[in-house]
Design a protein around this ligand. Structure first.
Ligand SMILES: [Zn+2]
Length: 77
């Protein structure tokens, strides 16, 4: 599977954080390399998306699709 760059998750991150996130720099907790979110290697498949460190390929971000929440619906009424 070919990887995309971090721009592939720009829309989902914007929806989650409310502002542009691809220029935000983070540090890999495994290899300690710094990189912008746009530089992460993104794999889109099935129910989720995984963004990996460009240096060591450790998982940096997981975005799960199709989660279910009960926000305004109470069970057991
Ligand atoms: Zn790394």
């Amino acid at each position: 599977m070919d990887a995309l760059d971090g721009n592939a998750i720009a829309g989902e991150l914007f929806a989650a954080f409310g502002h542009e996130m691809t220029t935000v720099v983070g540090r890999c907790t495994n290899c300690r390399a710094s990189s912008a979110i746009a530089e992460l290697r993104v794999y889109v498949s099935g129910p989720g998306t995984v963004a990996r460190c460009p240096g060591c390929a450790s998982v940096a971000i997981v975005i799960a699709h199709g989660s279910t929440r009960f926000a305004a619906y109470q069970l057991g009424d």
